[in-house]
Unconditional design. Structure first.
Length: 155
């Protein structure tokens, strides 16, 4: 229990992360399972609450839904919890996925050196950036169309 509490001291962890870390430290499987169960009873480990926090943080960072899904999956959040968390509507006043994509695109363009770059290359690079951020092809296309419709022909 002390080792598990030490792990939780630094950041929230999923059940899977706690179990893996304790097993890696050499604790027996039944002891690990009992510890994780007790941590859940004490509400010190709660995958759903943690998934909501990570999703909100990722959304504030400009991540798309696909990247959020992947990040939660990699941390060991069960599929049903991921589906529930990502299906929830953002809080009142929170930005939609397309708004987040447009904001991420605007921040990216500010950091890029676009002088002398032709539109096709810029379109491809910005599209790749948004795709890597986890936005769906429809969202990427919409964000790029809006950006390129508001910019002059010469980039």
């Amino acid at each position: 229990m002390d080792a598990a509490l030490f792990l939780l001291k630094f950041r929230g962890r999923t059940e899977k992360e706690v179990a893996e870390r304790l097993a890696k430290k050499g604790f027996e499987a039944d002891l690990v399972a009992g510890t994780v169960t007790r941590l859940k009873e004490l509400n010190l480990v709660n995958d759903e609450v943690l998934a909501r926090q990570w999703a909100e943080s990722g959304r504030r960072s400009g991540w798309g839904e696909r990247r959020l899904l992947q990040a939660l999956w990699m941390r060991g959040v069960p599929r049903d919890i991921i589906a529930r968390v990502l299906a929830e509507k953002p809080e009142e006043g929170a930005s939609t996925e397309i708004d987040r994509a447009r904001d991420a695109l605007a921040r990216r363009v500010k950091r890029m050196k676009t002088a002398g770059m032709d539109r096709k290359t810029l379109y491809r690079r910005l599209g790749g950036f948004l795709a890597r951020q986890g936005y769906s092809p429809d969202v990427v296309r919409d964000a790029l169309e809006r950006y390129f419709s508001s910019t002059p022909e010469e980039v």
